[in-house]
Write a protein that binds this ligand. Structure first.
Ligand code: ADP
Length: 572
């Protein structure tokens, strides 16, 4: 139903009220009128009966003296006086006299209801509707008794409408009173309807003003408790809403300002990949000046990916752009932020290339120095030989450092530095474990290998995993003075789990979070003495994570350390 078709509350109440009044008044009028009419009719019948009784003595006399002829003049005179029709009916039903018609032409009246009653000794009456005249007639008949027997019947009759003509002014007056009553009732209905509907329409008006944006609109108090409580609840809700909307719009403007002023390019995208908002930095980053339709296909593809990773890197023209993505709770929209990392990538490439080149360039002369120093060592003894030992030790340190730096820059240089294959891990142990046999014996620290399963296969780069085990076992030996070392291999789901534990000096708790950092060493002099570079664990962590595994350490200072890492299980 449209708004125009829906009647107002005022109209509805008034219409219902008017109908009730009209129906009640009409009903009451009908009841009063019928009651009045039947009382009138009863009265008329009583009058008729009384008139008939009044005639009885005269008729009695005439019949007793057999003056039947005079009956005619009697009924005519009496009818005129009484303004009724009078009929005298003999015992056999024939009409003896009638004030209106010739008795000889009238049919037998014996069967008339009122006449039957009168011949039975009681007054009878009847109301009949004359179809020919279209009028209602009232009849009253009383017996005329002579010497204990009913000799005749006097019947009086009249047209009820002519009798009830007297009722007309009363009915008119009644009708007029009814009309006035109805008008007053409708008028008071109008006032009542207005009083009921007005507060409602005031409230509706307030709601409409709020809908049109007038947040400060409030409902005025009314004259009823209900209206006042409704108005105050509405006002309270409106005040809260106003506060909320103002808060929201403030935080919205704040977010917008933040978004627009951000250096990062930001795009808000719906879950259907429709671009909802782009900030200036985004447009600048992807060379969009005019319309959102020009969002580059590389970025659109990213928006459309159903399982896009939370962060990553995309290439756009000659730029490298890092992105991160987050879901806006509740709305299902996504916020993507983009940062141009081209310069950072170039810089880190340059740094890596430099490191690789320098370490490569250093390695050749260092190897030469080492070679010559070793040759000289064979020739020279005594004090000079000690100096040569120092030269050899430092050359070894330098070579180790250069090698580690080179390895680190290798594993960091490309994401695909790994040559993944599926192989049994025992093959790695077969290569790595013998490297430590001599040192383990020399330090009297046995290295045990425990394999939970006979054939543990891993999906990994064989050479890099060897490097991992060499680094970890080498550290275990370096930082353990007594006790033992254990290398343990097992599987958990689709992961192979390895642990290298020792009973060495352990790592103090404050140093634990930093052991995988480059160049971090707990005890610099000990590490130097052991020929450490501070790069072994950084390389190890990088290799493990590049395989999709994780590495962690747990340690108690003075009691030993456990390095735990995982690798993906291979096809056996
Ligand atoms: P480094 O070449 O000095 O051993 P790493 O990166 O391999 O360098 O190790 C970093 C530091 O972590 C070491 O200097 C040492 O202090 C500590 N560390 C590594 N492994 C162990 C271990 N098994 N026990 C005690 N400390 C360790």
């Amino acid at each position: 139903m449209t708004k125009q078709q829906t009647p107002s509350l005022f109209r509805s109440i008034l219409r219902g009220y008017a109908w009730i009044i009209i129906l009640l008044t009409a009903g009451a009028s009908a009841v009063v009128f019928t009651t009045f009419r039947s009382a009138f009719r009863e009265r008329a019948m009583e009058d008729l009966t009384r008139s008939a009784y009044a005639l009885v003595p005269m008729v009695q006399n005439r019949i007793a003296s057999s003056e039947f002829i005079t009956l005619d003049s009697l009924v005519n005179t009496a009818a005129l006086k009484m303004d009724t029709r009078i009929t005298i009916i003999s015992r056999d039903g024939s009409v003896l006299a009638d004030s209106e018609e010739d008795p000889d032409c009238m049919e037998n009246h014996r069967t008339r209801v009122e006449v039957i009653a009168a011949f039975n000794g009681i007054s009878g009456n009847s109301i009949r509707f004359s179809k020919t005249l279209g009028r209602e007639m009232l009849y009253a008949a009383v017996p005329v008794v002579l010497e204990d027997s009913i000799v005749s019947v006097v019947r009086t009759s009249l047209f009820f409408d002519s009798y009830s003509a007297a009722m007309r002014p009363i009915v008119k007056e009644m009708f007029f009173i009814m009309l006035i009553t109805m008008a007053i009732a409708v008028l008071s209905g109008w006032v009542i309807s207005r009083n009921i509907a007005k507060p409602m329409s005031n409230l509706a008006d307030v709601a409409d003003r709020v809908r049109r944006g007038e947040l400060g609109a409030r409902a005025a108090p009314g004259h009823s408790r209900e209206h006042n409580s409704l108005a105050s609840s509405l006002n309270e809700t409106l005040a809260k809403n106003e506060e909320l909307i103002r808060d929201l719009s403030r935080s919205n403007s704040r977010s917008r300002a933040i978004l627009l002023s951000m250096i990062e390019g930001v795009a808000v995208v719906s879950k259907e990949a429709v671009v909802l908002l782009l900030n200036d930095s985004f447009r600048e980053l992807f060379n969009i000046r005019n319309s959102e339709r020009e969002v580059p296909s590389e970025v659109l593809t990213l928006f459309q990916q159903p399982d896009v990773s939370p962060d990553g890197i995309i290439k756009y023209e000659n730029k490298t752009v890092a992105y991160s993505q987050a879901l806006v709770e509740g709305s299902g929209d996504f916020v993507f932020s983009f940062r141009d990392i081209t310069k950072e990538v170039q810089l880190s490439d340059m740094k890596r290339n430099f490191v690789t080149n320098v370490s490569h360039e250093l390695r050749t002369p260092l190897t030469a120095v080492k070679g010559y120093a070793e040759t000289l060592k064979e020739e020279i003894h005594g004090e000079a030989g000690k100096y040569l030992d120092v030269i050899l030790r430092n050359t070894d340190r330098l070579i180790a450092l250069v090698t580690d730096i080179q390895t680190l820059s290798e594993v960091e240089s490309t994401a695909d530095f790994l040559h993944i294959e599926s192989f049994p891990i025992t093959e790695v142990f077969d290569t790595v474990m013998p490297l430590f046999t001599a040192r383990s014996k020399e330090k009297n620290i046995p290295i045990s290998l425990v394999q939970a399963k006979a054939h543990i296969t891993v999906n990994a780069d064989r050479y890099r995993i060897e490097q991992v085990f060499v680094n970890l076992i080498d550290n275990a030996l370096k930082y353990t003075d007594s006790g033992s070392i254990e290398v343990r291999a097992s599987t958990k789901g689709d992961q192979a789990v390895f642990a290298v534990s020792d009973s060495g000096c352990g790592i103090p708790p404050e140093a634990m979070p930093r052991v995988f950092e480059r160049f971090f060493v707990v005890d610099r002099s000990r590490s130097r003495k052991m020929g450490g570079t501070g790069l072994g664990l950084a390389i190890t962590k990088h290799i493990i994570e590049a395989h999709g595994g994780t590495i962690s350490v747990s340690s108690t200072a003075g009691q030993g350390s456990i390095f735990l890492f995982t690798l993906p299980v291979g096809n056996s």
